[in-house]
Structure formats: C-alpha cells, structure tokens
Design a protein around this ligand. Structure first.
Ligand SMILES: Cc1cc2nc3c(=O)[nH]c(=O)nc-3n(C[C@H](O)[C@H](O)[C@H](O)COP(=O)(O)OP(=O)(O)OC[C@H]3O[C@@H](n4cnc5c(N)ncnc54)[C@H](O)[C@@H]3O)c2cc1C
Length: 465
C-alpha cells in the first residue's frame, strides 16, 4: 500500500507549485505527484516531423505530462490579478496580486527572462485606450513575462529536477480514475496505468486534484458521483484570428498582448481577446474524445509573418441546462465533421459575403495560414447564430482600434473552445465540502492561465505546510 501525506493529481503548474512551495517552506511531508503523461524531457509532439497532427494515443503531448498544458505553450505569464481567472473573488484582489508577485519571483529563480512586456510606452498605451473607448471596448493593462515555448520547457525541467532532488515522488503514466471517499473524507486515489491498464491505489492525508482543462470532463463526473459542491462553469466559444504582423504592429510593440473586452449589440454577451501571439503559429490540439480544437503559440526564436489571437465569447447557461462542456463539444464536433475531422478556416470577408472559403482563395491573400492542417470551409455552418454575431460585431469594433483587423482576408479558425470546468465551491483555505480534498488550477474552474494556476498551487502549498 502506498501512503503519502499529500497526493497531487496532475503535474501542471497548479500541482507543481503546490509541491514546490511545500519544499521551499521546508515541509517535512511525504509528497507524490501523479501524472497521466510523461516527464517533461520525454514530451515530444511528432508534428515537427509529420507536419500534421497524428492524434497521439494514449495522450496528446501538447497538453499532457510534467508542466501540463504549460510546457508547450508559449509561456506568457500574466502578471496582473485582473487576468487569468477568478481568484480575486476568492482571495481578494490585493492578496492575489501579492501572490502573483511572489510566484513570479519563483519563475525568475528557475530562469525566466527578466524582461517584462507591455509597460514600455505609456503615452502610446493611452492613445490605444482612447481608441478602445471610442469603439466601446475596455483595454485591460497586463504586464507579461514571456517565457517562450522552448525556454518554458527548460524552466520546467529545472523545476522537475529540483522536486525530484528534494524527495518529491513523481509517478508518470498513471491516469486517476477516481478518488476514495469514506465518511465524506477523501482518503486517496485510484489510478490506472495508461499502457497496460494495471491499477494502483495511493492513500494520502490530503488529496489535491489539479487536472487542468483536459480533466474538466472527468472532474464533472467525479463531482456528480461524490456530491462535490460546484456550480456549472462558463464555456468560451470562439475563433482564432490570424492577420499579418503589419496589421498588429503597434499593439504588438506597445502592449505585446492586447486584452480587449466588449459587450457587442444586440446580445451584449462578454466577448474578449485572448492569447495573442505576435509572429506566432496557429496550432491544433486533440482532446481524448478526438475533438480537434484550435490554439496558438509563439516561439522565442522562431517567428512567422503573422499574429494570431483568439476571440472568445462567454456562455453561461441557466436552469434547467447544466451541461456547458457538452454544449461546446457539440459545436466542436460539428465543426470537425464539416472539416473531415480537422479545424476549419474561413476568411472574414467570406463570412460577411455568406460564402465558404475555398482552398485556392487562401493563396490570393497577404496572410497565409500557419496551420496547414486547417481545412478551408464555412465555420458559420456550425457556429450558433448568437456566438457568430457576437464575434462579427466584436471584430468590427476591434477594427477601430487596429485598422485592418476586419479585412476581407483576415482568417478565422474554428473551433476555439475553452472549457473551464465546473467551479468547485471552496473557501479561502481551498477546502472543498469533502474533507481533505482540494481542487486547484484550471480544473477547479477558478483559474485559466499559467500564473493564476501556479498562484493557486503556491497558496495550497502554504496551507498544507
Ligand atoms: C497551446 C496552449 C498555449 C497556452 N498558452 C498560455 C499562455 O501563454 N499563458 C497562459 O497563462 N496560459 C496559457 N495556456 C493555458 C495554461 O497552459 C493553463 O492555464 C495552465 O497550464 C493550467 O495549469 P493547471 O495546473 O491547472 O493544469 P494543466 O497545465 O492542464 O495540467 C494538468 C495536468 O494534469 C494531468 N491530468 C489530467 N487529468 C488527469 C488524470 N485523470 N490523472 C492524472 N493526470 C491527469 C494532465 O496530463 C496535465 O499534465 C495555454 C494552453 C495551451 C494548451
């Protein structure tokens, strides 16, 4: 029987920073991190060789393994409490900011770049804000520390080695199937080997579930089975937009990442820009149920001629509907179906003209897609009217801040889906209604970014010490 003081499920930033903070604070506790994927140095996406996504089994290396969805991400650490999740609602704005500043120092200790983007030219920022106000958009200030995809991997490898040196056990290749509950107390986890299906049970005084966005569907089932208090989460449905760097030049230079929020008519739902990648590449991720979704990243050294960013439209449902994840998945499946299992891409002008985009038309433009797997077609055939209208109106508003953004040739990729998990009800000590069970990071529904997920881990580590 394996017995630990602390069992952490998921080696993403939330899980890692829990263990890291405990070690840094000299906790004399037996800690194990269990992860479905591989150690960071063994994570390899075959796409570099194959050029197309081959839908790796038993898991996707992009989102799974030590450092979670963070290792292959371009590692943009948002240094503002206004961005990346709802922790200020749980912990207060000032304390969240204090934790961000502290966690940022740990990233620096492990080799993050000293440079902070988005704070250099305050006069230019003022000008951009004035344009945003005229367009009915809010510009959120957010300094960013950019790790870069390759550098992020090196940084997380240093953390992995540090944890191993300090005696934290790291178990890879095991998928958590369930938690063990007795008298409303969590006593540990039931794991299954991803290759041979063998079972492993680990008991712990405290169990931390930090399974990320990929674990959202699984956690939804666990919540229902064990009555873990939660509320249905938000889902964001949108598109990834790609334009030439020339169009975004000013914003890229001054802000690095534009965080614009709008509530376009007639629905007035929240629509926002997210994850902007100057000189970046649009990418495809495959979820376990074969759902192909679009994302984007940028490398520190390798640059494209394009900038991509996502435009997300928040969906919150009310009684009697409580399956937001399933709703978004259906839209994704329909889009994939139209693209023969792939991501769809369409020119903005074609959407306004009510026609699909043909493959040969893509080469008529200045902007060339950086995701060669994407299939030219008609995203409006799968996108709900409300979502599509929100996106079109928002893009036209952004055009007032970034002239050329709503050009005929602007590329829209779909589906871009962000599942935020059910929001687990927790107190400020990160306790759920089940004794000794804590949920962190993106799987808890409280965070949606590297920094906030790491911050939640730091706080958890402190509480456990
Ligand atoms: C391509 C891409 C780019 C991104 N870029 C950025 C960015 O620039 N800036 C930013 O702030 N955020 C970015 N993000 C989001 C960011 O990576 C996540 O918000 C963050 O990693 C969440 O951390 P987490 O620890 O909560 O979960 P994750 O990082 O998702 O880690 C969860 C881990 O749990 C494991 N797991 C899941 N289920 C189980 C199970 N049942 N049993 C065992 N293990 C399990 C997974 O394999 C995974 O390793 C990006 C995400 C992607 C996919």
């Amino acid at each position: 029987m394996m017995q630990y003081d602390v069992v952490i499920v998921g080696a993403g930033p939330a899980g890692i920073f829990t263990a890291l903070e405990m070690v840094k604070r000299g906790a004399n506790k037996k800690i194990v991190i269990v992860e479905k994927g591989s150690p960071v140095e063994k994570r390899a996406c075959p796409k570099n060789q194959t050029q197309i996504c081959v839908n790796c089994k038993p898991f996707c290396h992009i989102t799974t393994g030590f450092s979670g969805a963070g290792a292959f991400s371009d590692g943009k650490l948002s240094l503002s409490a206004e961005v990346g999740g709802d922790l200020p609602d749980l912990l207060g704005f000032d304390f969240t900011q204090e934790l961000i500043n502290y966690t940022d120092k740990i990233y620096l200790e492990f080799g993050a770049s000293e440079k902070i983007e988005g704070i250099s030219d305050l006069d230019k920022i003022k000008e951009i804000r004035a344009k945003a106000i005229r367009a009915g958009l809010k510009l959120v200030d957010c300094p960013i520390r950019h790790l870069g995809t390759e550098k992020a991997r090196e940084l997380y490898l240093r953390i992995q080695n540090y944890l191993a040196e300090k005696g934290v056990d790291l178990i890879f290749g095991y998928n958590c199937q369930n938690i063990i509950l007795k008298n409303n107390r969590c006593e540990g986890v039931i794991l299954e080997n991803v290759r041979d299906g063998s079972e492993l049970i680990i008991y712990g005084q405290d169990t931390i579930v930090a399974t990320g966005r990929r674990g959202a569907e699984w956690l939804e089932k666990i919540c229902a089975q064990h009555n873990i208090s939660h509320q249905p989460g938000t889902v964001d449905i949108g598109v990834r937009v790609e334009v030439r760097n020339e169009i975004m030049e000013e914003i890229n230079e001054v802000l690095y990442e534009s965080k614009l929020i709008g509530y376009p008519k007639p629905f007035k739902n929240k629509v926002r820009t997210f994850c902007q990648n100057p000189g970046g590449f649009v990418s495809q991720e495959n979820y376990d149920n074969d759902l192909a979704v679009v994302n984007g990243h940028s490398y520190k050294d390798k640059k494209s001629s394009n900038t991509n960013l996502s435009i997300l439209c928040s969906h919150n449902f009310s009684y009697p509907f409580n399956q937001p994840i399933a709703y978004a998945q259906k839209i994704g499946e329909l889009t994939n179906m139209l693209a023969n299992g792939h991501v769809l891409v369409q020119r903005f002008g074609d959407i306004l003209d009510g026609k699909r985009t043909w493959e040969h038309e893509l080469s008529n433009s200045n902007v060339r897609p950086t995701l060669p797997d994407a299939v030219a077609g008609d995203i409006t055939s799968a996108m709900p009217y409300r979502t599509m209208t929100n996106i079109i109106n928002f893009i036209q508003a952004v055009d007032m801040v970034v002239p050329g953004f709503a050009s005929v040739e602007t590329l829209l990729y779909s589906p871009e889906l962000k599942f935020y998990s059910n929001k687990i009800k927790m107190d400020a000590n990160l306790n759920t209604n089940v004794q000794s069970l804590h949920c962190l990071g993106d799987s808890s529904g409280w965070t949606r970014g590297l920094m906030m997920a790491s911050v939640m881990g730091v706080l958890m580590g402190r509480k456990l010490v």
